[in-house]
Design a protein around this ligand. Structure first.
Ligand SMILES: Nc1ncnc2c1ncn2[C@@H]1O[C@H](COP(=O)(O)OP(=O)(O)OP(=O)(O)O)[C@@H](O)[C@H]1O
Ligand SMILES: CC(C)(CO)[C@@H](O)C(=O)[O-]
Ligand code: BAL
Length: 281
């Protein structure tokens, strides 16, 4: 395992490796769990070298409390990665290393993908994600970069980022990994009490039933039904539940047989923001 903290050292280390095989990148904000491990395992299978970046990116946080409370567990993260492969290159820069001048985001035109759901509720979030992911892709220049479908809107935006910035990389989306009760693994789950972590499994249960209902009912009906369900779970505060086209993320108007749809949800529990989504057809 190699731990690198500077961009220059990373570039120097990677340049001979690139000539001899494919390079995979897994960007993360650390506090690694089984969901992250699934991305890293896939990257290790598909590439001769793998970089896992660990960087809590300040410009994507619209809420300073969320940033201040974000878990940082580098030693434990390294242990998890070592179990997957001792050849992984861990890139864990500090803020000055990634934002040499000012800690600000670039502004992107993501063709409306950033105007809904996470983008609507976390102002500036996707400009921050775009800025750091563009910087990492340009620095590492991977053949493939791996992102989880748990952040499905982010995945679509990163595909768009690679397209608009002409970055020659294959963006690979990986399925959501869930805890035994169905709750999607998330670093923020660590901040939940045991009781609420269990109750939060209701988020996925609702998505599963919404999927069944979507087979025969309208999107409006399904959304209204799901919103009602949360009234019986006062510890889970629903921020949004939406059904959108899987590729453009446009909110559904009328169902079309030939289009793919997904339901997206964001919920607050004990002040922690949890997101999830599911393919509906
Ligand atoms: N349960 C999961 N299944 C699959 N991929 C995941 C899962 N959780 C996170 N990922 C992916 O791991 C990458 C890094 O995510 P990140 O470090 O933000 O972790 P996280 O668990 O999503 O944290 P949080 O949601 O609390 O910010 C992202 O591409 C994200 O989509
Ligand atoms: C892609 C990412 C590492 C950029 O900071 C982050 O948004 C995340 O962990 O999903
Ligand atoms: N996994 C998404 C990163 C964030 O919530 O900022």
């Amino acid at each position: 395992m190699l731990l690198i903290k500077s961009r220059k050292q990373l570039k120097d280390h990677l340049s001979p490796l690139k000539k001899n095989g494919s390079l995979g990148l897994v960007p993360t904000m650390g506090a690694l769990h089984i969901g992250h491990a699934s991305l890293v395992e896939r990257a290790v299978k598909e590439n001769s070298s793998v970089v896992v970046s660990i960087f809590v990116n300040p410009t994507q946080f619209n809420n300073t409390e969320d940033l201040d409370n974000y878990p940082q567990t580098l030693t434990a993260d390294i242990e998890i990665l070592e179990k997957i492969s001792d050849q992984i290159i861990v890139f864990a820069p500090n803020i000055q290393e990634m934002y040499t001048e000012k800690v600000v985001s670039d502004t992107y035109d993501f063709d409306g993908l950033d105007k809904v759901m996470e983008g609507a509720f976390r102002e500036g979030h996707f400009n921050g994600v775009g800025t750091i992911v563009e910087a990492l892709l340009n620095l590492v220049q991977p053949n493939k970069a791996y992102f989880g479908e748990k952040d499905y809107q982010q995945l679509q935006i990163i595909r768009k980022l690679a397209e608009i910035r002409n970055i020659p990389v294959e963006i690979i989306g990986c399925p959501i990994v869930r805890e035994a009760n169905g709750l999607a693994f998330s670093s923020r789950n660590e901040r939940l009490s045991k009781k609420i972590r269990n109750e939060a499994s209701f988020i996925y249960k609702t998505l599963i039933t919404a999927k069944k209902k979507f087979g025969t009912k309208s999107a409006t009906h399904v959304i209204e039904w799901a919103s009602q369900q949360f009234k019986e779970h006062p510890d889970l505060e629903l921020e949004y539940i939406q059904i959108a086209q899987a590729d453009t993320l446009e909110p559904i108007i009328n169902k079309h047989q030939d289009k793919k749809y997904r339901a997206f949800i964001a919920v607050y529990a004990e002040g922690v923001r949890l997101i999830d989504n599911i393919a509906l057809n």
